[in-house]
Design a protein around this ligand. Structure first.
Ligand code: BGC
Length: 416
């Protein structure tokens, strides 16, 4: 028995040594550091480990990824890029333009990615006809996460218009809770603004944030959008400044706040806390944006690395990310939906099923747009200029919405 046990151990050791020898580590830069994000990241790490791909973690905290992008720039400047990097929209295209990214076309062609990745995503996964990134999910920003008990206590239904939203927020205030859980960070302010602007009309959203039309950026509708943002400021607590988004989610989870306007990564926090959609919380589209979606997609871009083994590991990681079974398992935890059109929705909760259906519907009806706040509507320079005006408006630095709109048109023009 003992001898048999020893033999087995030796065999196992041999197998392990062999696979370790074949395994190539990937160093992965990402900003998934909240509880829900880390849980989803684990699904990815474990999947790669099962394929013999080792993981060297490079987390850079900071929602929306701004800090991560600064860290990335420093690594590339030092001539030592990480193997794989979580990246959003126009940032991917910018790095491709600098010639810094590897080519995933071989694995993409072998696995038929062209046929299953939505075209709106491919716009950021390909450059000059080559695949340069593997999309792991589709998030969307025009969601509101509401504590169910707090909503029930208002005696009102789920708000479907701006006016109904204001009525619910007012009632929550009367009921003695913070109506809006929010973190005062530029990207969070901008995420809320995505929903407000989309709620003023899909043509308006496109004209302002995608086409960067000065008339839309500085006009009356934008003035009204800023007035709405300024109004929302009256529903946050005194300690909102600088608060991380997941702490704002926690306020809604524990009933201290009524709702949070945030992308569906927030759902990951609710799930991590053991909360059930429909029972403990409800997910609704930002009032007035039903049928439309502002999306962002986390993609893993692979940087130019030396050596066949390192390149093979990048290909293997990209292939693992695009596997339909993995896409289901990962996105169920992350709060997002798959980046492929052929993944069944069975494993997803009601919010996930709604997310998948909304995405498909918005895509068909021409109401799917890149998120301004999350780098899918305009390049970083324009995004950052927009952030500045939104945050200043939220913090009461303009006399009114019209003054903020005028400042936005000017800032965007200067950033182009
Ligand atoms: C990313 C999400 C992430 C969120 C908050 C977004 O830009 O797409 O994956 O969970 O930022 O960190």
């Amino acid at each position: 028995m003992r001898l048999f046990g020893k033999t087995l151990t030796a065999t196992a050791a041999l197998v392990m040594t062999t696979s370790l020898a074949l395994a190539e580590d990937v160093e992965v830069l990402h900003w998934w550091t909240s509880g829900g994000e880390a849980a989803a990241l684990n699904v990815l790490k474990e999947d790669l480990a099962s394929k013999g791909i080792g993981w060297v973690d490079m987390p850079v905290a900071g929602g929306g990824g701004e800090a991560a992008m600064t860290a990335l720039r420093a690594r590339v400047t030092a001539g030592d890029p990480p193997t794989a990097v979580q990246m959003l929209g126009f940032d991917i295209l910018d790095w491709a333009g600098e010639g810094a990214l590897g080519d995933l076309t071989e694995v993409a062609t072998a696995e038929g990615w062209d046929a299953v990745v939505p075209t709106a995503l491919q716009a950021f996964s390909k450059a000059d006809g080559k695949w340069i990134a593997a999309p792991v999910n589709v998030h969307s920003t025009n969601w509101v996460w509401i504590n169910k008990a707090a909503l029930d206590a208002t005696g009102l239904g789920e708000p479907t218009t701006w006016e109904e939203l204001v009525a619910v927020l007012d009632k929550m205030k009367e009921n003695g809770i913070t109506p809006l859980g929010h973190g005062g960070q530029a990207w969070q302010d901008a995420t809320v603004f995505d929903g407000i602007v989309l709620g003023m009309g899909t043509d308006f959203y496109k004209a302002a944030f995608v086409d960067l039309d000065p008339a839309a950026l500085g006009g009356e509708q934008m003035a009204e959008a800023f007035n709405r943002l300024i109004k929302l400021r009256t529903y946050v607590d005194d300690n909102f400044s600088g608060r991380d988004w997941n702490l704002a989610s926690a306020m809604v989870i524990n009933g201290e706040a009524g709702m949070q306007m945030m992308g569906d990564w927030a759902k990951g926090e609710f799930l991590k806390a053991g909360k059930v959609p429909g029972t403990d919380f409800v997910c609704i589209r930002f009032p007035g944006t039903q049928g439309a979606v502002t999306f962002n997609s986390d993609q893993f871009a692979m940087f130019n690395v030396e050596g066949d083994a390192a390149k093979a590991a990048q290909g293997a990681m990209a292939s693992a990310i695009m596997n339909p079974t993995f896409q289901s398992a990962f996105n169920v935890v992350k709060g997002s939906v798959p980046a492929r059109t052929d993944v069944p929705n069975d494993a997803f909760d009601d919010c996930g099923k709604k997310g998948m259906a909304d995405l498909a519907e918005a895509n068909t009806s021409g109401k799917l747009f890149g998120s301004m706040a999350h780098g899918h509507a305009a390049p970083a320079a324009v995004k950052n200029a927009t952030y500045d005006v939104i945050t200043a408006a939220f913090n009461g630095e303009y006399a009114d919405g019209a003054a903020a709109a005028a400042a936005l048109a000017e800032a965007v023009a200067a950033a182009q």
